[in-house]
Design a protein around this ligand. Structure first.
Ligand code: RTP
Ligand code: MG
Length: 148
């Protein structure tokens, strides 16, 4: 089964949107396989955002992502990376379509509620940065036949 790494960023947590975001993902037919609430240590932020380390927005991004707790998740489902990227919407919430998480719930690029892996390869890397194998749990949901 495909997996992705999703993370509700500090603005999403502080605005009380954890439940709203998880509700959308569950209602879609995706399954949570891991979840935890924590302040990200600097070492994992540097690894997670390595591709952006030299970008001008990186210092702001780093201090924002470490400014409060995040809610980190692994979700499973058929084509879960593509499906969740579509549900999340464009990086800049001003350009994100209505109906998407960013399109409905956010206003600016620096505070766009949620992160989602952008490929299967990235997902594998990001899950490895943030979760130990034993934190990812296999279990049955009552509505398993409606999950893909
Ligand atoms: P994410 O990685 O958080 O899911 O977002 P993304 O793929 O849509 O965007 P990405 O290009 O990977 O950028 C990562 C995060 O950096 C912040 N950013 N700020 N000020 C800027 O121009 C700028 N560009 C990117 C955003 O918070 C973005 O989600
Ligand atoms: Mg990205």
């Amino acid at each position: 089964m495909d997996r992705t790494f999703l993370m509700i960023k500090p603005d999403g947590v502080q605005r009380g949107l954890i439940g709203e975001v998880i509700a959308r993902l569950e209602a879609k037919g995706l399954k949570m396989a891991a979840g935890k609430f924590e302040m990200l240590p600097e070492e994992r932020v540097m690894k997670h955002y390595a591709e952006h380390a030299e970008k001008p927005f990186f210092p702001g991004l780093k201090s924002y992502i470490m400014s409060g707790p995040c809610f980190l998740m692994v979700f499973e489902g058929k084509d879960v990376v593509a499906v969740t990227r579509k549900m999340i919407g464009s990086t800049n919430p001003a350009e994100a379509e209505p109906g998407t998480i960013r399109g409905d719930l956010a206003m600016e690029i620096g505070m766009n509620v949620i992160h989602g892996s952008d490929s299967n390869e990235t997902a594998k890397r990001e899950i490895g940065i943030h979760f130990r194998p034993e934190e990812i749990i296999s279990y049955e949901r009552a509505d398993e036949k409606y999950l893909y």
